[in-house]
Structures are given as structure tokens and as C-alpha cells.
Ligand binder design. Structure first.
Ligand SMILES: [Zn+2]
Length: 392
């Protein structure tokens, strides 16, 4: 998380205030040194016991705790380097520390004011807040911290700041340096989710090309030429018909096992490459058609081949899902309605635009390989939200 530190000089503090801060600073230093002495005498002394002994020093209890934390860390540091370092001690004029919950900033009567726990009587009311000086730079960040609105007209604004979603206040300190009292504090920033989360590639699964993955934003795609597999599939298909006719179930089983092994291998290769492609595109989502409806399966295969091929289809889907998960990508399903008849440029849907391998749009003139065009459409469609698709 990025952080920055803002330094604000106190604005004309009264003599009374200054003396009060000096008293507070001396006591804070005293508390720190007391913790060190206590630990020196009894290294096993518990935190609760330290706090009880510190309460004798007149300070807000939150400053007892800050003193204890600061001194204990100095003590631990010394313990590690005992041989080379002398026993630590704190100067009288040190910075007083406040944790993130113990300071406030407010605008009041045209002044920016700081509220911190002090040794003044009574509760911390607005009249005990102390005014601070702001310059244009600190005002830019203070305004953002207080309102959540960033001034884009300011000369301190940078486009990189658009990535910031929230400012959170951190610890602060009050100190005296070169004749002036200062209050400084840190802000840390939460960043917006990266745009990456919205990018996706689409995967079209078909027969002629085994699969196509496309990124419509860049126009890039990868294809898996199905020629070789088409040949194998036809061969298997012919053999299967023969064996089915002859009712040779044993040979049929062997054939299907062999075909399954080949399909598994290819699906492994294809899914691996698609995940690589998604990462190259800076995408976080891989979209595929939701083919759970039996009707949409008909567009791919003849009835007799359907079972074996649909098995390969879902095998590709599961391999893709698994490999995507390892790469921290998600696989999302989209409505498969006429993905091959839609123009990926102007989104007109027209059946006659698709002629075999080519999609040519009669509305905008866009011309593309039909499967690549379909993969772009798949990438652009919204994810279907259901229980299997929790990220959608
Ligand atoms: Zn078009």
C-alpha cells in the first residue's frame, strides 16, 4: 500500500499551548526512559505491570501505551546488538507519538485544526484543537482525506492518482524543530481493482478449427487447426460405425479408449496455450459458450458422433478451468445464442452473413474468419450468473 507523510507547522500556538506541549514532551520522554529502566532491572516484566507503573506519570493513557511500545522496541533492538551498543536512553526533547486512532483533522472557522490527546484539563473539545498551516500541497491531500474527493484541477494532481480508491490515516507525531512546532502524519492509500479484471478472451470450440481464442480489444487471436484432428475423427467415426454394425463391443470399447487418449492429449495442449494467450492479453477471464443445452450441441455434430465428441468438449472445458485457476484466471460461461451469426464489430445478427469459413457483415462490411469472429463475440458477451459461476 502506498503511503505518504504530510508535515503541518502549528499556526501561532499560544505561549500556554507551547508550554503545555513542552511539559507533555518531557513526560513522554520520562515515560519512555522509565520503561527502559524497568526492563533493565527486570527483563521479564509484563506489559500490564509496565502500564500500571507508567500510570504514575501524568499523561493520557494512549501516550503511556505509545511510550511503552516505543521504548520496548528500542530495548529489543539493544538486546540483539548488546555487544556493540550501549544501553539506550531517550533525549528530553523527543517527538510525541500518536497512533492512528488518536488524532483528528477538522476545518473550523476557516482554519484547519488538529485534535490530539494532551495534558490539558477535561475532554478534547473543539476549543482544544490547535490550528495548523497548510500549503497547496498539504491541502490537496488533506481535502482528499477529509472529503474523499480529489481536486483534479490542482497542479499536484497526477493521472496515477486515479488508481487510488481511499485514503486511511496512519500514525502521527508532534515535535519541535528550528523554532517551530510541527504535527506530521502519514496517509496510506488503497488502490482500485485493476482494469485487468474486466478484460476477457473468448474461446470458440468447433470442429473445423478445434478451437479459437480471440481478444476483440486488440484483434489478436490464436487458432488450433483441426485438420489433423478432423482426419482422425473421421477415421474413428468410420471405424465406430463399422464396429457398431458388427456389434463388436470389445473392439468398440478399445477404439473409444484410444480416441479418448488422443483427445485428452490435444485438450491438454490447447487449454495450456489458451491460458498463456489470456495472460499475454492481460485478461483475467476466459469466456466460453454455455453448451449445457442439448440443442446447441446439435450445431456441431451428427447424432452418431455426439456422445464421444461432447465428452471431448467437456474435457477441454474442465482442463481449461483447471489450468486457468492455477494461473488465477476465471472461466466464465456466456449465452451461446447465434455467436457465429453476429458481427463482432457492429453486433448485427444475420444468418446469411456467414458463408462457411467466412463472416462478412452486410451492414458494416466487416470481414473475418467465421470462427475468429465468433470468439470475439464470446469474449464480449456478459457472463451468465449462476451457482457454478460465482465470480460472474
Ligand atoms: Zn457489422
Amino acid at each position: 500500500m502506498p503511503t505518504l507523510s504530510i508535515k503541518l507547522p502549528l499556526f501561532e500556538p499560544t505561549k500556554t499551548k507551547e508550554e503545555m506541549y513542552e511539559t507533555m514532551r518531557s513526560r513522554f520522554s520520562l515515560a519512555c526512559n522509565k520503561v527502559l529502566e524497568l526492563k533493565k532491572d527486570n527483563p521479564k516484566l509484563k506489559k500490564s505491570e509496565i502500564d500500571r507503573l507508567l500510570s504514575e506519570i501524568e499523561l493520557p493513557s494512549t501516550l503511556h501505551q505509545e511510550a511503552r511500545k516505543l521504548a520496548l522496541s528500542r530495548y529489543q533492538d539493544w538486546k540483539k546488538n548488546k555487544k556493540t551498543k550501549g544501553f539506550p536512553s531517550f533525549k528530553e526533547k523527543i517527538s510525541i507519538l500518536f497512533n492512528n486512532q488518536n488524532w483528528q483533522l477538522r476545518f473550523d472557522n476557516g482554519y484547519l485544526k488538529v485534535g490530539i490527546p494532551t495534558v490539558e484539563e477535561g475532554n478534547l473539545t473543539m476549543d482544544k484543537y490547535v490550528p495548523v498551516k497548510v500549503n497547496a500541497y498539504s491541502l490537496f491531500w488533506v481535502n482528499y482525506y477529509l472529503t474523499g474527493e480529489m481536486d483534479k484541477e490542482s497542479k499536484y494532481f497526477q493521472s496515477a492518482f486515479e488508481e487510488i480508491s481511499k485514503a486511511k490515516k496512519g500514525s502521527a507525531q508532534l515535535y519541535y524543530k528550528k523554532e517551530h512546532w510541527y504535527f506530521s502524519f502519514s496517509l496510506s492509500f488503497e488502490l482500485k481493482e485493476k482494469n485487468k479484471a474486466e478484460k476477457s478472451i473468448g474461446v470458440d470450440r468447433g470442429l473445423r478449427l478445434v478451437a479459437v481464442a480471440g481478444n476483440p480489444e486488440t484483434g489478436k487471436y490464436i487458432t488450433f487447426n483441426g485438420k489433423q484432428m478432423g482426419h482422425i475423427r473421421r477415421k474413428f467415426s468410420r471405424l465406430r460405425h463399422k464396429l457398431q454394425k458388427a456389434k463388436n463391443t470389445k473392439a468398440l470399447k478399445q477404439l473409444e479408449d484410444k480416441e479418448q487418449r488422443i483427445n485428452k492429449y490435444w485438450n491438454h495442449v490447447i487449454s495450456k496455450r489458451m491460458v498463456e494467450f489470456a495472460l499475454e492479453c492481460g485478461a483475467s477471464m476466459i469466456k466460453i459458450e454455455d453448451l449445457s443445452g442439448i440443442r446447441s450441441m446439435k450445431k456441431f455434430w451428427k447424432r452418431s458422433d455426439r456422445n464421444v465428441n461432447s465428452w471431448a468438449f467437456y474435457d477441454l472445458e474442465s482442463k481449461l478451468t483447471y489450468k486457468a485457476m492455477l494461473a488465477e484466471l476465471s472461466v466464465q460461461k456466456v449465452n451461446p445464442y447465434k455467436t457465429s451469426q453476429e458481427c463482432s464489430k457492429c453486433h448485427t445478427i444475420k444468418k446469411s452473413n456467414r458463408r462457411k469459413d467466412v463472416y462478412k457483415c452486410s451492414s458494416c462490411g466487416h470481414k473475418e474468419n467465421a470462427d475468429i469472429n465468433a470468439s470475439f463475440n464470446i469474449a464480449s458477451r456478459p457472463s451468465i450468473v449462476n451457482e457454478d459461476n460465482p465470480a460472474a
